[in-house]
Structures are given as C-alpha cells and as structure tokens.
Design a protein around this ligand. Structure first.
Ligand code: HEC
Length: 129
C-alpha cells in the first residue's frame, strides 16, 4: 500500500516544480551600498553583455528564469523582470543577491571583478522590467 501511494505521489509531482528560495538576509552594508552609475543608460550595453555571459544560462534572456540550465536547478531562480519584485529592493540589495549569492545562486566575486561591470549588470536587470 505504501509503495503504491509513493508511486502515485511521485507520478503526480510536476517535473517543473522547484523549491522557493525564501526571503534573503541582506547585510546592512549592502543595503546602504549606492549605485554610482544609477540611470547611466550608456552602461546597459556592457550590462547586457555581462548578463549574457554570466547570468543568462540560468535566468534566461529576459530574466524569466528559463535559461538552458534552469531545468537542472532545484531552486526557482525567480523572475528578474518582475516590476513588483524589483520595487522591493534597492540597487545595493540587488548587488548582494547578484554577486554574493547563496546556495544555487553562484558567487561571482572572483568571476566579475570590475565594479563598473557589476553595476552595469544591475542597470541591465533594471532595464528588463
Ligand atoms: C547556475 C545558475 C545561475 C546563474 C549562472 C546565475 N543565477 Fe541568479 N539565481 C539562481 C538561482 C537558483 C536563484 C534563486 C536562489 C535562492 O533563492 O536561493 C537566483 C537568484 C538570483 C537573484 C534573486 C532573485 C529572487 O527572486 O530572489 C538575483 C538578483 C540573481 N539571481 C541575479 C543573478 C545575476 C546578476 C547573475 C549573473 C551575474 C546570476 N544571477 C547568475 C541561479 C543562477
């Protein structure tokens, strides 16, 4: 009986279902971090290139979380293009989630070392909404 139930449960669990990461604990120093390039449209191109190289594989071209690697993740990568989600965070908080990361969200401190490129990626994410 238990085996039967287990099979029924497994077969009704959608393959796409992912666990939600839950709220981020963002340190005060990042909450207070100011974007020195805020609203700099010129950086969106650099940001798009950086995003394409480092982020698109999981987050998808437009931030929907539908990149080619997303299927292998256990955690929902969220929807970076969602304006309601974006409005909850300032650029410093986005910076923390984007470059420090946690669990399946990789740390990029050693891969993206240029501060300007980091903020350019944040500006690009802002342009997705
Ligand atoms: C290997 C796949 C992968 C790559 C590459 C990746 N991410 Fe993520 N990202 C995730 C996952 C999974 C989460 C959700 C993590 C969690 O909630 O614990 C996430 C979460 C985020 C979040 C928070 C989203 C939310 O809804 O809370 C931001 C912002 C983010 N990523 C930005 C980036 C940026 C910017 C890059 C590139 C520099 C990047 N990510 C590269 C997998 C990835």
């Amino acid at each position: 009986m238990m085996a039967f139930l287990a099979i029924v449960l497994i077969s009704f669990t959608p393959l796409q279902e992912k666990k939600k990461g839950g709220p981020w604990q963002i340190p005060a120093e990042y909450k207070a971090k100011k974007n020195p390039h805020a609203d700099d449209e010129a950086l969106v191109r650099l940001g798009r290139a950086g995003y394409g190289r480092h982020c698109r594989s999981c987050h998808g071209r437009t931030g929907l979380g539908d990149g080619p690697m997303a299927a292998q993740l256990e955690t929902d990568a969220g929807d970076l293009s969602d304006a309601t989600w974006q409005a909850k965070f300032n650029d410093g908080e986005l910076y923390y989630m984007s470059f420090i990361g946690r669990d399946e969200m990789p740390n990029f401190e050693d891969k993206i070392t240029d501060e300007e490129e980091r903020w350019a990626i944040i500006n690009f994410i802002r342009s997705l909404k």
